[in-house]
Write a protein that binds this ligand. Structure first.
Ligand SMILES: [Zn+2]
Length: 103
């Protein structure tokens, strides 16, 4: 998960302000206005999961089914050799799943 700051117009308070932009993989999953604190969550699960599928494409389908059921559990159980940064991946999963529940 990457976090960047950028100067945007807030859709909540309509001010130009620094926004904290949270990425899950290549996708923007959350934007928070540092002016008023408003959080915009984007549901990236539809885009993120196929992307993730490519990133771990050597893994069998069974893993993808487990991923859809319980991404956090899968993230923590994947062999370290699969992912160079397992902790970062787990954080990505949590971010994506929060955006999904908020639907
Ligand atoms: Zn704002």
């Amino acid at each position: 998960m990457n976090v960047e700051e950028s100067f945007l117009r807030c859709t909540a308070c309509d001010q130009e302000a620094e926004h904290v932009v949270v990425y899950a993989g290549r996708f923007v999953s959350q934007i928070q206005c540092t002016g008023c604190g408003a959080v915009t969550r984007l549901d990236v699960s539809e885009a993120y999961l196929p992307d993730l599928r490519q990133r771990i494409s050597s893994k069998p389908r069974r893993l993808m089914r487990r991923l859809r059921r319980d991404p956090g559990e899968l993230a923590s159980s994947l062999p370290k050799s699969t992912l160079s940064k397992p902790g970062r991946m787990a954080e990505e999963f949590r971010t994506v799943w929060r955006s999904r529940r908020g639907r």
